[in-house]
Design a protein. Structure first.
Lengths: 215, 342
């Protein structure tokens, strides 16, 4: 197989550096960016995400095949959708009113569908959002490990879903492909697997038992 | 190296001997007794974390700290944490500089969000504004700590023009920390504003914070500041044996995590997750004095930290169980950790 896609991780808070670190370890070329000057995160990148490159968001995205959104959802509303045209976009964000407050644009439907509507020129895949940032790295294991954990991948573009399933597998989890972006609601706060770190059989059982995944 | 060992409480609502919850008022009186007892047991610091719930009825911990101050002479007293974003930095400074006066210079403050969100709707703040609120207010707090007239302008409170904020401290700023839960940007902010760093490690392997400790010291250098201490705050429970500590802790931890799981995104704890978190690579310090001491020593070494605050208690434990925890922590755990680190 060919070279791995370039990754642009947007966000240097709790989640972004963890995903960036996992991706670097899996062999992806990774850039990390915030809304500001890369100089502001140079030290963070050097010490917390060694191997990644701090860049301006626009530069990181332009060169990337995959863009990971790891920013607070209210900051997503400030992001220029045109910047992400033609990219596979991993939505690792959550609409989580109990923790982050109510955001009116996200009060109806699944948050990833609302993200996808704003990013009409991108292929949005919901992934890496439902395992806590403090566990995501610790629980990653190579393929074939006996108690390897699973994580959900949901999207409407099968090729993009396949790419992200490959990413998830390489960083250390059994990917579970859900029917479409809407079915990704099981991965959201309040859904049956949010906050959990389950093995593949347990993950599939939890999702099956949740009637919402069938619609 | 000088190490400091503290105890933190959120005013976890006690149970009585019959297992039923004690009143909020009795729980608060018990916290005062526990703080006084902590000094007698040889603990260096006693911290009270701000919460606004039925199971943590402790929104005004500084009042309880003042009561402890009046009955103690040596133990340092502070918040763990003060939810600065939904408070007024001027008021927080005034309350803790008053505590500093009452206690003869023993006050500290740890600023942060904690995991507490209930203060935002209570005081009319929007959680979506969290970052801006914290950034502005922490910067103002850093100015207030310096002493002297303050001139400040921002969006989150009224401007100050050459304002003398009283009471003045007698001997410079009291110790002030920022509590950080896992965002490297928060680590850099603490360094930029000149606060010490308190790592709040409540889940997962403590070792993953080692890079944050280095990031903090490097960031201090970058901002031209002298080195500042790094501390660790983690939950736990000490009893005579590992089995007893686990038996007392487990049902209370399970129940409280289950209660807050929705708003915090936690999975409901299982015996397996308890094993992980209480094991050598987890964030909980539950066990006999020897078990807990070994784990604290390892964490401090791994993280380059010089301060450890054990968040003791859980809603549903009894006052007597907490006193035993404090006694064992002060008389056995702390001396043993000092020995292991020497």
């Amino acid at each position: 197989m060919g070279e791995l896609s370039r990754l642009a991780v947007l966000g240097a808070g709790h989640v972004g550096p963890v995903i960036a670190r996992l991706a670097v370890r899996a062999g992806y070329p990774v850039a990390i960016a915030t809304s500001g000057d890369p100089e502001d995160i140079a030290l963070i990148t050097e010490l917390v995400v060694p191997g990644a490159r701090p860049r301006w968001a626009a530069d990181a995205v332009t060169d990337a095949g995959i863009v990971v959104l790891a920013i607070p959802l209210h900051r997503f509303l400030d992001l220029d959708p045109g910047l992400l045209n033609g990219k596979i976009v991993v939505d690792a964000m959550n609409y989580w009113p109990a923790s982050d407050g109510v955001l009116k644009p996200f009060t109806g439907g699944t948050s990833s569908e609302i993200v996808a509507r704003r990013l009409a020129g991108s292929s949005v895949v919901k992934a890496l959002n439902h395992i806590g940032y403090h566990e995501l790295e610790d629980r990653a294991q190579p393929a074939g490990a006996p108690d390897r954990r699973a994580t959900g991948v949901a999207g409407d573009d099968p090729a993009a879903v396949a790419t992200i399933a490959g990413l998830v597998d390489r960083v250390g989890y059994d990917p579970v492909r859900l029917a479409n972006l809407r079915a990704g609601r099981v991965l959201q706060p309040g859904g049956p697997v949010f906050g959990t770190v389950l093995t593949l059989p347990d993950f599939e059982r939890a999702v099956r038992q949740d009637a919402r995944s069938l619609t | 190296m000088t190490y400091t060992f503290g105890l933190d409480t959120f005013g976890d609502r006690n149970a009585g001997a019959d297992g039923r919850p004690l009143s909020h008022a009795q729980t608060i009186r018990n916290v005062v007794e526990e703080g006084v007892f902590a000094e007698q047991a040889g603990v260096d610091f006693f911290g009270i974390g701000e919460h606004h719930t039925d199971y943590f009825p402790m929104p005004a911990g500084d009042v309880a700290l003042a009561a402890i101050a009046a009955r103690t002479e040596r133990i340092r007293l502070g918040s763990a944490v003060t939810v600065l974003s939904s408070d007024d930095p001027v008021r927080v400074f005034q309350r803790y500089s008053t505590l500093n006066a009452v206690s003869g210079g023993r006050a500290e403050v740890i600023l942060g969000r904690g995991s507490s969100i209930e203060s935002f709707p209570l005081f009319g703040y929007d959680l979506a504004d969290y970052e801006e609120l914290f950034e502005e207010k922490a910067a103002l707090f850093a100015e207030l700590l310096k002493g002297g007239p303050v001139t400040w302008d921002g969006k989150t409170r009224a401007s100050l023009l050459n304002q003398d904020v009283v009471p003045h401290t007698e001997s410079g700023p009291f110790p002030a920390w920022i509590g950080v839960g896992g965002s490297p940007q928060s680590v850099v902010r603490a360094a930029r504003l000149g606060f010490s760093l308190m790592l709040a490690i409540i889940g997962g392997p403590p070792a993953r914070f080692a890079a944050y400790s280095e990031l903090f010291q490097r960031a201090l250098e970058k901002f031209g500041r002298p080195p500042l201490p790094v501390g660790v705050h983690s939950p736990g429970h000490v009893a005579a044996t590992d089995e007893q500590a686990r038996a007392e802790f487990w049902p209370r931890w399970r129940d409280i995590i289950a209660l807050v799981a929705d708003e915090r995104g936690f999975a409901i704890p299982t015996e397996e997750s308890l094993d992980r978190e209480t094991g050598p690579h987890g964030a909980l310090y539950v066990g006999s004095p020897e078990t807990v001491a070994q784990k604290i020593a390892t964490s401090l070494r791994t993280l380059g930290a010089t301060r450890f605050d054990l968040k003791y208690g859980m809603p549903g434990l009894t006052h007597e169980q907490l006193l035993t925890n404090i006694e064992l922590y002060g008389h056995q755990v702390i001396p043993r950790v000092r020995e292991l680190l020497s």
